[in-house]
Design a protein around this ligand. Structure first.
Ligand SMILES: Nc1ncnc2c1ncn2[C@@H]1O[C@H](COP(=O)(O)OP(=O)(O)OP(=O)(O)O)[C@@H](O)[C@H]1O
Ligand SMILES: O=C(O)c1ccc[n+]([C@@H]2O[C@H](COP(=O)([O-])O)[C@@H](O)[C@H]2O)c1
Length: 194
């Protein structure tokens, strides 16, 4: 089985995430994509992020109709920073026959050399990197390049969670930037000042 691991803060999940996952699934012939919300994203430890129950509920609503997309809450069950190394190790042990691919947007591809134990991560998984509007990926170390399948020109959008949080806090609409069910959820729970 070929499985995409899609980790993210998902604060909130948006159409950019879903398009990225679908394009990666198609190009890499993935059987499943597992969405894994981070409890404490290691590079955002000093930032305020929304409660994990809201982020998880929104992911669940966003992917509910896709037969190949699944939610994993495994990172929420661990204490401390949500290192991808720990997630990959646990998944590889639990599913020895699966081939895992990390799905990573261009901004995070650039950041890969800074990740905790990245060389070990890349021994067990390959990376599917997807271009992101406005992000140039220039030089990468050879050990990353060797494990990277770059999709340079996917059909993507420049939607970001930051853009959605900002729009809502300014009283603007975020309708159609997220699935309708997620939009309703944000409104019902007054998230991001909506
Ligand atoms: N529009 C997009 N196009 C391509 N990749 C994206 C897009 N939005 C998010 N990603 C990727 O999805 C993953 C999870 O991203 P994250 O949940 O932090 O969303 P974000 O929109 O980047 O959030 P924020 O604006 O809060 O930083 C990362 O690998 C990121 O690069
Ligand atoms: O393990 C690390 O060192 C590491 C450093 C930065 C980011 N990550 C993971 O990369 C994923 C995308 O992060 P983000 O902040 O763009 O949502 C998410 O699953 C993070 O936990 C992981």
């Amino acid at each position: 089985m070929r499985v995409g691991i899609f980790g993210g803060t998902f604060d909130p999940i948006h159409l950019g995430h879903l398009i990225l996952a679908e394009q990666a699934r198609e190009v890499a012939a993935l059987d499943q994509v597992w969405f894994i919300p981070a409890a404490e994203p290691p590079h955002k430890l000093d930032k305020r992020i929304s409660a994990s129950n809201h982020r998880v509920n929104m992911v669940r609503l966003a992917i509910q109709h896709h037969p190949c997309f699944q939610l994993s809450t495994m990172e929420l069950e661990r204490e401390g920073p949500s290192y991808t190394h720990d997630t990959v190790r646990m998944l590889s042990e639990a599913h020895p026959d699966a081939q895992f691919y990390l799905l990573v947007g261009a901004d995070m591809v650039k950041d890969l050399p800074n990740w905790y134990k990245i060389k070990e991560i890349l021994q067990s998984v390959q990376v599917i990197g997807l271009g992101r509007p406005g992000v140039e990926v220039e030089s990468l170390p050879v050990y990353v390049k060797n494990r990277l399948h770059w999709i340079p020109d996917p059909t993507l959008t420049n939607i970001s969670s930051t853009m959605i949080r900002q729009r809502l806090s300014q009283g603007k609409s975020a309708r159609y930037l997220v699935p309708d069910a997620v939009y309703q959820y944000m409104k019902e729970h007054g998230l991001y000042g909506s």
